[in-house]
Write a protein that binds this ligand. Structure first.
Ligand SMILES: Nc1nc2c(c(=O)[nH]1)N[C@H]1C(S)=C(S)[C@@H](COP(=O)(O)OP(=O)(O)OC[C@H]3O[C@@H](n4cnc5c(=O)[nH]c(N)nc54)[C@H](O)[C@@H]3O)O[C@H]1N2
Ligand SMILES: Nc1nc2c(c(=O)[nH]1)N[C@H]1C(S)=C(S)[C@@H](COP(=O)(O)OP(=O)(O)OC[C@H]3O[C@@H](n4cnc5c(=O)[nH]c(N)nc54)[C@H](O)[C@@H]3O)O[C@H]1N2
Ligand code: SF4
Ligand SMILES: [Mo]
Length: 695
């Protein structure tokens, strides 16, 4: 028998809507949901390779408890009840000694379906919920929140109608979200300009109308100069600025020294290019999108950089504007009712998360700061965190071994919930296997935007191994811990019905396309109606949030340190490749076959001086770690920088296809996890120098 199921891809966090074909209980085909604009049947390589994840023998198949020393990879198979009881006992012991808040959960991300795992920490009475955002998008999030009062996922982009897109190292055609890439492609077909700024010529650079090579870590300087020109030449959208911006005189005063001439020295981008970009953006305004990006934990000034991008959009009047930035509408704003929250049924703990105990000078929001969590585990400050759950995240795959050891030394319990044998699972005390996204249903999600919608991830086939859906795992942990009342549901339908209560939407309504829109047409506000979600209702350059947290409104730019190239020292930068998702797909049978290992990009002139030829093995080192990788000698990278694709060199022998192949950039990040970005306390992963020599 042949059936078709609408669901949501789980091969990366873009969560594209998909249609899955099932023949006699086997998944035979996956494609983009044909009913969703921007998808129209298309899928990326990783999305198609979901089939290889589903039928992979080298993934987690049953719950396990560690039997040998941590990191020995010795585990025994246990029943689900044994695993749940073991966890409950260990948590109880830790909480008896250190209090409820000693439990923390480190999540990949809140995302569409993320409310579920939050029930674990809250159900166990702890405030300590953390996610990976600090190493990814948090700066953008905090910048939007402080300036507009909106969170990052609440700001969308009207690519189709834009005239000019500016991407700062946002390698959109390779670090993919299918919809976004398709929509940017459509914008280009419609004649939009694409200005792309990067230290190297990425895939996206090759599609740009203008590529500007920038000195690493100086995008903030570039933006200050753009703001300078826009203010000096009155190139801004006066109507928008007069109505909405609070803090223009202070901005004008701050920006005075940052001329294009100054910025040329910082960035290496000629003064005339900067002036010309400012003027061109003004001509194209208000239909412009300066994109603050996705992965924004690169440099120490990343929060202020993200703010500068949003300020540029505001000056150019592109916010809540056709062809610009579009604010998400709540269900209420479109006359509908939202999903009922599972989390809000559990009383919020009164105690404070670790970073909230640590005074002022930085911003935070709904999820804690990961670097503060690491510190709490390692040093017991501001209080000890002894039990850690890690969900859909592999933090140990991207950090130096010394940091892993220090974290492990601080923990009494480490539990992972994963589909693969992750690096973190290798060190865990209990490993709980999650069913893959094709084998499970999740809670309903809310797709935010100008036309909000409910979206369903629906099981396509039954689990092949002894794995469970996320909600079943959460239920098991809470029940064993005496907190079963917070998950009283017996089936996913029970949960969906509770979520949908009072919304007028029924489970069957998802059958047709997998989604239910909450209004007919996208809702946009006119400037007369527009009110931002800041306390003043305006774009607050003098941000109330920042004032409350004693975070300075402006950051004076700091010239990035220069590596000693003559000594073989370079700044290490890294990024995503189209056919892999971070570390999780390295062992995927199809994707591993396409690209099994990475290489090190190095500037051709410098390589020649060092006697390194294309394809030569080089040794890269940082602190006491060093590893070997093949050199890719190219003119298309800034001389101060070496680049590699992220996530290679899987260290878990269980995954035989990818074991030991390539080099892991995370091991080269000595000290990176002690470095907190200005104002946001996020990571700054590109502030690291490595030594390179011919092997
Ligand atoms: N060194 C270094 N560190 C980085 C980065 C970097 O480039 N280099 N990038 C940062 C950024 S931007 C990000 S987003 C993060 C990403 O880092 P991670 O989130 O760790 O990377 P992923 O490879 O996406 O895998 C996360 C884990 O989720 C598991 N997983 C996959 N599907 C499922 C599922 O359905 N259920 C469950 N329970 N688990 C699943 C995978 O097996 C994997 O172990 O890393 C951040 N940290
Ligand atoms: N195929 C695929 N797609 C993905 C992912 C994946 O793992 N695989 N992951 C998803 C996730 S979680 C994220 S966060 C996004 C990340 O999306 P992006 O941020 O677009 O992706 P990265 O590949 O991390 O790109 C980093 C780029 O920054 C450049 N760069 C380095 N230093 C500088 C600098 O100083 N200035 C400028 N302007 N550029 C600089 C690097 O050369 C590199 O090209 O991708 C998402 N999409
Ligand atoms: S971008 Fe690719 S891997 Fe990511 S959700 Fe979409 S189809 Fe899946
Ligand atoms: Mo990310």
């Amino acid at each position: 028998m042949k059936t078709s199921v609408f669901s949501v891809c789980g091969m990366c966090s873009a969560r594209c809507p998909i249609r899955v074909e099932v023949h006699d209980g086997r998944v035979t085909w996956i494609e983009g949901n044909p009913y969703v604009p921007g998808m129209e049947g298309s899928l990326c390589a990783r999305g198609s390779a979901g089939v290889a994840l589903l039928y992979d023998f080298e993934r987690l198949q049953y719950p396990m408890i560690r039997t040998g020393p941590r990191g020995s990879g010795q585990f025994k198979r246990v029943s689900w009840d044994e695993a749940f009881n073991y966890i409950a006992e260990s948590v109880k012991k830790a909480q008896a000694q250190y209090g409820n808040k000693t439990v923390a959960l480190l999540d990949r991300g809140a995302g569409l379906f993320g409310e579920m795992q939050r029930l674990i920490v809250r159900g166990l009475g702890s405030p300590n919920y953390f996610n990976h955002d600090d190493l990814c998008r948090k700066n953008v999030d905090l910048a939007y929140q402080s300036l507009l009062g909106y969170a990052r996922p609440e700001v969308g982009y009207d690519w189709a109608n834009t005239r000019h897109i500016v991407l700062y190292g946002r390698n959109a055609f390779e670090a993919l979200g299918v919809r976004e890439a398709n929509n940017i492609m459509k914008a280009l077909e419609n004649g939009a300009n694409l200005t792309y700024i990067d230290v190297r010529v990425s895939k996206t650079a090759t599609k740009a109308t203008k590529y500007l090579q920038i000195r690493p870590g100086t995008d903030y300087a570039l933006n200050l100069a753009l703001i300078h020109v826009i203010l000096k030449e009155s190139l801004f959208d006066r109507d928008f600025v007069d109505r909405f911006i609070i803090g223009l005189p202070e901005l004008e005063n701050f920006i005075k020294p940052y001329t294009p001439e100054w910025a040329e020295k910082q960035t290496g981008i000629p003064e005339y290019e900067i002036i010309s970009l400012a003027r061109q953006l003004s001509t194209d305004k208000p239909r412009v999108i300066l994109y603050p990006g996705w992965f924004a934990a690169r440099y120490m000034d990343a929060f202020y950089f993200a703010q500068s991008v949003i300020i540029l959009n505001a000056l150019l009047g592109s916010i809540e504007q056709k062809g610009g930035l579009i604010l998400a509408k709540t269900p209420k704003e479109v006359g509908a009712k939202g999903l009922n929250s599972l989390l809000e049924k559990i009383p919020a703990p009164q105690e404070k998360r670790v970073e909230a105990e640590e005074g002022k000078g930085f911003l935070y929001d709904g999820a804690g700061h990961i670097l503060h969590l690491y510190r709490a585990i390692k040093k017991g400050e501001p209080y000890p965190v002894k039990a850690l759950f890690v969900v859909r995240y592999d933090p140990f795959a991207g950090i130096p071994h010394k940091d892993i050891e220090e974290i492990l030394n601080g923990l009494d319990l480490l539990v992972t919930i994963d589909v693969n044998y992750s690096t973190t699972s290798w060190y865990a005390d209990v490993v709980l296997p999650n069913s893959t996204y094709l084998e499970r249903s999740d809670i309903l999600g809310m797709q935010r935007g100008a036309k909000p919608a409910f979206i369903m991830r629906k099981q396509a086939v039954k689990p092949i191994y002894d794995t469970k859906a996320r909600w079943e795992i959460v239920k098991g942990i809470l029940a064993a811990s005496g907190a079963g009342e917070y998950m009283p549901y017996e089936t996913i339908e029970d949960i969906w019905n509770y979520q949908l209560e009072g919304t007028g939407v029924k489970i069957e309504d998802f059958d047709k396309t997998g989604q239910v829109a909450l209004c007919k047409d996208a809702k946009m506000y006119s400037r007369d109606e527009l009110k931002f979600k800041t306390p003043s209702g305006k774009v607050e350059i003098l941000s109330t949030k920042m004032a409350e947290r004693e975070v300075p409104y402006f950051l004076e730019p700091i010239t990035p340190a220069k590596p000693n190239i003559e000594e073989g020292e370079f700044r290490l930068v890294f990024g995503r490749m189209a056919v892999h998702t971070h570390v999780r797909t390295l062992n995927n049978k199809y994707l591993n076959e396409i690209i099994p290992e990475n290489e090190l990009w190095i500037n051709d002139k410098i390589a020649a001086q060092m006697g390194i030829k294309n394809g030569d093995w080089v040794e890269v080192s940082s602190g006491d770690f060093s590893g070997k990788i093949k050199a890719k000698v190219t003119p298309f990278i800034h001389p101060e920088t070496v680049f590699m694709y992220r996530g290679f060199e899987n260290e878990v022998p269980w995954k035989t296809r990818s074991y030991g192949k390539g080099l892991n950039e995370g091991r080269l990040l000595k000290g990176a996890f002690d470095r907190m970005a200005y104002g946001s306390h996020t990571g700054a992963l590109f502030e690291n120098f490595v030594k390179v020599k011919k092997a």
